[in-house]
Write a protein that binds this ligand. Structure first.
Ligand code: BGC
Length: 756
């Protein structure tokens, strides 16, 4: 009793001391912000709301002068910016400007800064929240060491359209999986406190609806029901806000005709009012001036007003906040109070980042890109976890280390593309290609033969208009290259073909109408198939590709995305069986572009197609097998797992009660391995039609051969809710199906009734 009392008393003292400390910090912050805002001129206030390029540009002195004059609040830096140049900018702000207000520096760190991890879509394929969190932590450490205070990441746009090149930047098609990843990534980036030296503020993007652009065409219109938006597209952002994300970036697109950057419903009603978000809102690059092209503002001044009054507090690379806002304030169209509140927000961001204490906290001169500073082991681990085995006929994989292997393809010895889009400061000469990975994996026990076989695209001009257009082009005729590859293949026991996209093809501004392997790569694969040798297709790409034929021709198919600095070693680990693949698709692979959008959590419709009882007047395409090529959640292993039918803690659930769903998972094979148990639900009947399946829980687990484990997934009452026609989250009584499996297609079902 006595001990308990002492412990309670100690806890009370600790709590009081801490809340006193917290309120001291708040008071200190308020004092500083009040004092600064009270001293600022109109121009200085507007200056705080502007983010400009850190690069010197044609007139470096003018850039420094504009900082000294208080016309810039933050800097957008390229990953390659030198710390000396950033320090010079920070000195101009923190030492030479009238009020000594520091800048903050922001940049795009999506999947690593110097150590490059797999692209986000690849990381999502690991379904491994811990590993994803670790890679974000390392990215934050590396980025803060070279001057960054904020990253424009994570990208939380749900996308059901692989034509959209930016699918590679996000975590796939599923709301639940993306939300859980957001919860892992935000604290990993931001650390226990934003003021820590290696904490990187997250600016989540793009709020909201960008991933649903019409036809997958970048920057195109988004238009969907508010219900769908709130239910399927917003929850990852809500999860990020609840996890404490410091900043939010607006989308460049419009939603129901209103560009996100000037959308008060999104930025004010939802983000601020409903979600109680109290961080910074930044307009995407050029988003304010684009309001004119969108046709919702006549001129720059009005564009600035529209964005600002809707809730965009800081503009990125845009001149109109500078020219337009002061006049709108003078005219009374923007109130002094609105202005001050946005300025306070920017200052609060800098305060939380610790920049008033030490403006150089992230500019301590750490050397960039030294090989010994790279986190290679962690990059290799993350990459192995994100690889997805799509086919393995007759146990073609793993390869024997004693086999003669012919490695072929434009991505086989390619250190540029393996890093993926948004590769920050990742250097190709620090990346391990597949050829290098296989070579060291062979450990001198066999021979590795190599031929490039084809270019990624036979039209080098195709790259000219891509944001990331670095591409090496072999000028030899296609026939010569393919013939060389075939000769090499004939000398081998097994052929490994590394085919896919250039990193710039799955990127911003890189939408495609055709999702086939580009160029002559299909012809190359067909020729390799004709040799009759066992054929392994290693895919490197940033989105689902339509590989129906290729998956027939190849004996084994391994999806490797763009796997980063250690990609080559990680892929070799899987090919040689050093690591048993455990990745599962975070996105549906269609058979044909014409099926898009194709996603697992669709509605049933009044006339669903049933392949067991085919009939004409049903919802389907008659000219194709109307299923995905590979479903969401799919991925094989070198071992076999079995899952029992789900056991429910109750068949009748009272409102507010949680349901425990239990299954037994067993490793039936001869190798240790990991798999992901996935739990889906279906609300059979509600006031609005509910999807045929919705992911509501998962667990990744490792099992030794013959080992079995009980896995219990808890379904909270919230998991049963949906957005009704009044945009409220509700759950309605009635019957639900619970489906459990190792992918979204092959599941076992149990049912329960939610009581009124
Ligand atoms: C993109 C953002 C990115 C910004 C800065 C914009 O074009 O839409 O995602 O963060 O550029 O690079």
């Amino acid at each position: 009793m006595f001990t308990v009392c002492r412990a309670t008393a100690a806890l009370t003292v600790w709590l009081i001391a801490n809340s006193a400390a917290a309120s001291d910090v708040q008071a200190d912050k308020d004092r500083l912000l009040d004092s600064l805002v009270g001293q600022m001129t109109l121009q200085e206030k507007v200056g705080q709301l502007r983010m400009e390029y850190a690069s010197a540009g044609p007139n470096p002195q003018a850039k420094l002068d504009s900082i000294v004059d208080g016309h810039v609040g933050a800097m957008f830096t390229s990953p390659a910016a030198s710390q000396a140049s950033l320090r010079e900018l920070q000195e101009a702000a923190a030492q030479r400007s009238r009020l000594h207000i520091p800048l903050f520096f922001a940049g795009d760190v999506l999947h690593g800064q110097q150590t490059i991890f797999p692209i986000s879509l690849g990381q999502a394929a690991s379904w491994d929240l811990q590993a994803i969190g670790k890679s974000a932590r390392i990215a934050a450490r590396e980025a803060t060491a070279i001057g960054l205070d904020m990253t424009f990441a994570p990208m939380l746009d749900i996308s059901r359209d692989p034509r959209w090149g930016r699918m590679s930047e996000g975590y796939g098609e599923d709301t639940y999986l993306t939300s859980r990843i957001a919860e892992a990534v935000i604290p990993a980036l931001q650390g226990p406190t934003l003021g820590a030296r290696d904490s990187l503020m997250a600016c989540v993007k793009h709020f909201a609806g960008y991933g649903a652009v019409e036809g997958g065409r970048d920057y195109n219109t988004t238009d969907m029901s508010a219900r769908r938006l709130v239910q399927d597209y917003l929850p990852p952002f809500k999860a990020a806000v609840d996890a404490g994300a410091g900043a939010v970036m607006t989308a460049l697109t419009s939603l129901d005709g209103v560009p996100a950057t000037a959308n008060g419903w999104l930025l004010h009603d939802i983000l601020r009012q409903q979600w109680q978000y109290n961080g910074l809102v930044i307009g995407d690059h050029g988003a304010v001036e684009e309001l004119i092209a969108h046709g919702v503002a006549e001129d720059g001044e009005r564009a600035a007003q529209a964005a600002f009054t809707a809730g965009t507090q800081m503009s990125m690379r845009d001149r109109y906040f500078a020219y337009g806002l002061p006049r709108r304030v003078t005219l009374g169209e923007v109130t002094a109070q609105q202005l001050d509140s946005a300025v306070r927000q920017v200052l609060a961001t800098k305060y939380e980042l610790g920049l008033f204490d030490d403006p150089y906290r992230h500019l301590q001169g750490a050397p960039a890109n030294q090989d010994q500073r790279l986190h290679r082991a962690q990059a290799r681990d993350m990459a192995r976890r994100s690889l997805v085995l799509l086919k393995n006929h007759d146990q073609t994989l793993p390869l024997s280390r004693h086999a003669r292997i012919a490695l072929v393809g434009p991505l086989a010895d390619n250190a540029v593309d393996i890093l993926g889009s948004w590769h920050a400061n990742g250097k190709p000469d620090q990346a391990v290609t597949l050829r290098q990975g296989l070579q060291s994996g062979l450990a001198g026990k066999a021979t590795l033969l190599y031929a490039k076989g084809a270019n990624i695209s036979d039209n080098p001009q195709a790259f000219a208009l891509l944001a990331d257009n670095q591409v090496s082009f072999d000028p030899r005729p296609t026939e010569t290259m393919i013939a060389e590859a075939v000769t090499v293949a004939r000398q081998a026991d097994v052929v490994v073909a590394a085919l896919g996209e250039a990193r710039g093809m799955s990127h911003e501004g890189a939408s495609r109408t055709d999702l086939n392997l580009p160029g002559q790569q299909r012809a190359l694969l067909r020729a390799l198939k004709a040799t009759g040798k066992p054929l392994v297709l290693v895919l490197m790409n940033g989105r689902p590709l339509t590989i129906g034929d290729e998956s027939q021709w190849a004996d084994a198919v391994l999806e490797t995305w763009f796997s980063g600095s250690e990609g080559g070693n990680a892929i070799a680990d899987v090919l040689f069986g050093e690591y048993n693949p455990s990745g599962k698709l975070p996105v549906t692979f269609p058979r044909s572009v014409g099926q898009i959008p194709l996603y697992y959590n669709h509605l049933n419709t009044g006339r669903p197609f049933d392949p067991a009882r085919p009939s004409v007047y049903r919802s389907r395409y008659y000219d194709i097998d109307d299923t995905p090529l590979y479903p969401f959640g799919y991925g094989l292993s070198y071992t076999d797992f079995s899952v029992s039918a789900p056991r429910l803690s109750s068949a009748r659930l009272q409102p507010g009660q949680a349901l425990q769903v239990q299954v037994t998972v067993r490793n039936e094979g001869l190798r240790a391995g990991e798999t992901v148990v996935q739990l889906y639900i279906r609300d059979r009947s509600a006031s609005v039609s509910r999807p045929v399946k919705e992911l509501k829980g998962f667990e990744k687990l490792a099992l030794e051969p013959g080992q079995e484990r009980q896995v219990t997934v808890q379904l909270s009452p919230a998991a049963l809710s949906f957005v009704d026609r009044n945009l409220r989250w509700v759950s309605e009584p009635g019957w639900f199906d619970v489906m459990v499996g190792l992918d979204s297609q092959t599941v076992q079902t149990a049912s329960f009734e939610l009581m009124p």
